[in-house]
Design a protein around this ligand. Structure first.
Ligand code: HEC
Ligand code: HEC
Length: 285
C-alpha cells in the first residue's frame, strides 16, 4: 500500500504564519536599492522572485564588472535547507543576508549603514515602527528580510501532489524516473523536503564533474530545478540532460542510458512548484 511517509522526499509545506507588516516590509527591502552602497542594485537584481528566485545567467556580475565565483542560488525554498550557500557557510537567513550586504562584490555596505539610510525616510520609519515598535536598526532590518525569505516557498508541484496521494499527478515515465532516482542512488544525496539541502558531499567522486573547487558542497536542492539552468556551482551544465548524465558518471560511477536520462529528467520536470498562484518559471537571461 502506497504511503507518502515511506518516501525519502516530503512535500513542500505552506509558508509559516508571519506578521503581515514584517512580511510586507521584508518584501519591500528585498527590492530596495538603498540596500546597496551606491544604490545600483537590489536583492532581486540577482534573485528574480517573479521567475525562479535566481537569474538565468551562468555567473552574475559583481560590482566591479567581473563575474561572481559561483552560480546564483534560488531564494525559493532556501529557508528549508539546513545550511545556506553552495558551501553551506550560513546557518540562518539573517546571517546570510548580512553577508550579502557586506560582500564587496554584492552590496558593499552593512546592516547598520543601511538602517541609518532608511531612518532618513519617514515612510520607512513609519513601517518599521508599525512592525517592530521602533525605527530601522540592524536586527529589525535582518529580521524583516529573513521573515520575507521564509515565505518564499513553492508548494503544489505535480510530484508533491503525487506524494500527497494524487496518483494521476505523474505520468508513467515520470514515475519510472522517480524509481530510477531512488534505485540508482540519486536519493542518497538528494533527499528530504528540498531534495537536497540537508547534507555535505564531495563532487567529482568517480570522475571530474565541474570546476574542482570548492571540493565539498552542500548538496543543492532540486526543487524547481527545470527552471534554474544553468547547473552546478560553476554553471557549467547548460541543460538538465547534461547535468543528469554528468551526475551519474561523477557521483555514482554509472553511464546512464539515453532512456534513463530522459526518464529522470521527466521526473525532475515534475518538481516545479508554485509561488503566489503562479508556476515558477525560468528567468530571462
Ligand atoms: C550580484 C548578484 C546577487 C545579489 C545582488 C544578491 N545575491 Fe544572493 N546570492 C548570489 C549568489 C552568487 C549566491 C550563491 C553564493 C554562494 O553560495 O556563495 C547567492 C546566495 C543567496 C542565498 C542562499 C540560497 C541557498 O539556497 O543557500 C540567499 C538566501 C540569498 N542569496 C539572499 C540574498 C539577499 C537577501 C540579497 C540582498 C541583500 C542578495 N541575496 C543579493 C547572488 C546575489
Ligand atoms: C554523492 C552525492 C550525490 C549523488 C549520488 C547525486 N548527486 Fe546530484 N549533486 C550532488 C552535488 C554535491 C551537487 C553539486 C555539484 C556542483 O555544483 O558542482 C549535485 C548537483 C546536481 C544537479 C544540479 C543542481 C543545480 O541546481 O545546479 C542535478 C540536476 C543533480 N545533482 C541530479 C542528480 C541525479 C539525477 C543523480 C542521480 C543520477 C544525482 N544527482 C546523484 C550530489 C550528489
Amino acid at each position: 500500500m502506497f504511503s507518502a511517509n515511506q518516501e525519502p522526499i516530503t512535500p513542500i509545506p505552506l509558508p509559516p504564519a508571519a506578521d503581515p507588516q514584517k512580511l510586507a516590509l521584508g518584501k519591500r527591502l528585498f527590492e530596495d536599492p538603498r540596500l546597496s552602497q551606491d544604490g545600483t542594485r537590489t536583492c532581486i537584481s540577482c534573485h528574480n522572485t517573479r521567475a525562479n528566485g535566481a537569474s538565468g545567467n551562468r555567473l552574475d556580475t559583481g560590482r566591479d564588472g567581473s563575474p561572481l565565483p559561483l552560480n546564483t542560488l534560488s531564494v525559493f525554498n532556501a529557508a528549508l535547507s539546513f545550511r545556506l550557500s553552495w558551501q553551506g557557510s550560513f546557518r540562518t537567513l539573517e546571517s546570510q543576508a548580512e553577508a550579502s550586504l557586506e560582500s564587496p562584490a554584492v552590496m558593499a555596505t552593512n546592516a547598520n549603514d543601511v538602517a541609518a539610510r532608511l531612518a532618513d525616510d519617514p515612510e520607512m520609519v513609519r513601517q518599521f515602527t508599525a512592525a517592530y515598535g521602533h525605527g530601522p536598526d540592524r536586527t529589525s532590518l535582518l529580521d524583516a528580510i529573513a521573515t520575507y525569505e521564509r515565505s518564499l516557498l513553492t508548494p503544489g508541484s505535480r510530484f508533491d501532489r503525487w506524494l500527497n496521494g494524487e496518483t494521476t499527478a505523474l505520468t508513467a515515465e515520470e514515475q519510472d524516473g522517480y524509481r530510477l532516482f531512488k534505485t540508482l542512488g540519486c536519493a542518497s544525496c538528494h533527499q528530504g523536503v528540498n531534495i537536497g539541502g540537508n547534507l555535505f558531499q564531495r563532487h567529482g567522486i568517480f570522475a571530474p564533474l565541474a570546476a574542482p573547487n570548492p571540493e565539498i558542497l552542500r548538496v543543492p536542492s532540486l526543487r524547481n530545478v527545470a527552471m534554474t539552468p544553468p547547473y552546478f556551482h560553476d554553471g557549467s551544465a547548460a541543460t538538465l540532460e547534461d547535468a543528469v548524465r554528468r551526475m551519474g558518471r561523477a557521483q555514482l560511477d554509472r553511464t546512464l542510458s539515453g532512456q534513463q536520462v530522459q526518464a529522470i529528467v521527466a521526473y525532475l520536470r515534475s518538481l516545479t512548484g508554485r509561488y503566489q498562484g503562479r508556476a515558477v518559471a525560468q528567468a530571462p537571461p
